[in-house]
Structures are given as structure tokens and as C-alpha cells.
Design a protein around this ligand. Structure first.
Ligand code: DX5
Ligand code: ZN
Length: 222
């Protein structure tokens, strides 16, 4: 399995965002996760497309995974695509028409993903398999970094992996929230292949060491 680790910039020092983004990639991160919160869909406010564009101008070439926790989503999809996003996910509850939003992401040549809250079932995927490049399973409720992993979601990760298998499509399965060196093994065993981690990486003094420790846990189950 080609496992990917995606440091979440939500826990970075925003005054030094470019440097921190470069540092976590240098330390072995595969892609950068950028959390976009609007103080409406979730009770927190973070960054807009300008910041994504600034990261690109700063020289960040790693893939940028934009996680939209906003309502509505369509205008921001276009703006983030133009600002240099590589892939974009949104929550189906936040779009009036998920199929159209997914199409819009691909229209801009980005990979399209659906983000699934802990209490949301996988039913929303049923007629969208042709439009999805990745599924992002929330393992905490969206809105804040540093929350505790919700173990009940493991069963949903397993189900999602089974459904991906049945679909026969090349769809990645990401997990987001409370992922650290203690929880990564369980989510990987359940079928996740992309691991988004904010506080677990940025709240440590040695990013390389932390990412290496996470990869070591993954090696065990290869
Ligand atoms: C939460 C965000 C996450 C957040 C995860 O709503 O979607 O990406 O950064 O933070 P940690 O890894 O600290 O749980
Ligand atoms: Zn996120």
C-alpha cells in the first residue's frame, strides 16, 4: 500500500506558514492539508484562497489538499483551484448539489473528494462513484485541531474500504482528526491510506522524527 502522510497546516504557526509548510515536506510529509473554515458551516475561521496562492508564490510545490468546511462551496472551489490547490474536498451537507460541486472540482483539473462527518453515513457516495477521486473520513467533528479520535468511526472506514473495492475504482481513503502515532495503526488496518495529522506533527519539536515514527507504525501492517 502506498501510504501518504498529510500534515495539516491548521496546527502550524500561521505567522511562519511558508517556512512551516516547507519544513513538514522536508521532514517527509507527502502533501499539505489546508483547512478552510468559514465560521458558518463550522464554528471557526481560518484562511481563504489568498493563503493558498501565497504558499505557491513562496515556492511550495508539494500537493495542496484543500479541505473546505464552508457553506456554500462552489465559488471557493473555483477560487482555490485558481490559487493552486491540487485536490479539494467538501462536506456533502454544505453543497446543494454534490454531483455538480464534484464536477466543478474536476473541471478545474483538481482531484475531487467528499468529506464525511462522524455522524454522516456513506450513503451519499452511492451514485457518485464516477465523480470521486478520494474520500475523507472525519475521525473528529470538523472545526478544530487537537481533538480526540472517535473510535466508532473505524467501522465506517472498513465499510468505505469495502465499497471502494467493490467500485473497482482508484479512490484514495483519507482520515482526518486525532491521527497520531497511537491511532495511525488502527485506521490503516481499517483501510485508510492517507493520514492527515495536525497537532501530532506540529506540536512536536522534531517533525522528521514524528513522521518517521508514524511511518514505522505503517510498515508493520504492510
Ligand atoms: C479539523 C480539521 C483537521 C485538523 C486535524 O476540523 O479538518 O484537518 O487539522 O487536527 P488534528 O490532527 O490535530 O486532530
Ligand atoms: Zn481537515
Amino acid at each position: 500500500m502506498n501510504y501518504l502522510i498529510a500534515p495539516s497546516l491548521l496546527s502550524a504557526d500561521f505567522a511562519r506558514l511558508g517556512e512551516q509548510a516547507a519544513a513538514v515536506i522536508q521532514a517527509g510529509g507527502d502533501l499539505l492539508h489546508l483547512d478552510v473554515m468559514d465560521n458558518h458551516y463550522v464554528p471557526n475561521l481560518t484562511v481563504g484562497p489568498l493563503v493558498c496562492e501565497s504558499l505557491r508564490k513562496f515556492g511550495i510545490t508539494a500537493p495542496i489538499d484543500v479541505h473546505l468546511m464552508t457553506k456554500p462551496v462552489d465559488r471557493l472551489i473555483t477560487e482555490f483551484a485558481k490559487a493552486g490547490a491540487t485536490q479539494i474536498s467538501f462536506h456533502p451537507e454544505a453543497s446543494d448539489h454534490s454531483a455538480r460541486s464534484l464536477d466543478l472540482i474536476r473541471h478545474h483539473h483538481c482531484k475531487a473528494g467528499l468529506a464525511i462527518n462522524p455522524e454522516t453515513t456513506l450513503q451519499c457516495l452511492e451514485f457518485l462513484w464516477d465523480k470521486i477521486d478520494f474520500i475523507l473520513i472525519m475521525t473528529v467533528n470538523p472545526g478544530f485541531g487537537g481533538q480526540k479520535f472517535i473510535p466508532a468511526v473505524l467501522e465506517k472506514i472498513e465499510k468505505a474500504r469495502t465499497l471502494i473495492g467493490k467500485s473497482g475504482k482508484n479512490i484514495r481513503l483519507a482520515v482526518d482528526g486525532g491521527i497520531n502515532k497511537d491511532t495511525i495503526e488502527a485506521v490503516a488496518k481499517a483501510g485508510a491510506d492517507t493520514f492527515i495529522a495536525g497537532s501530532a506533527i506540529f506540536n512536536t519539536s522534531n517533525y522528521s522524527e514524528t513522521i518517521a515514527e508514524m511511518r514505522k507504525k505503517l510498515e508493520k501492517i504492510k
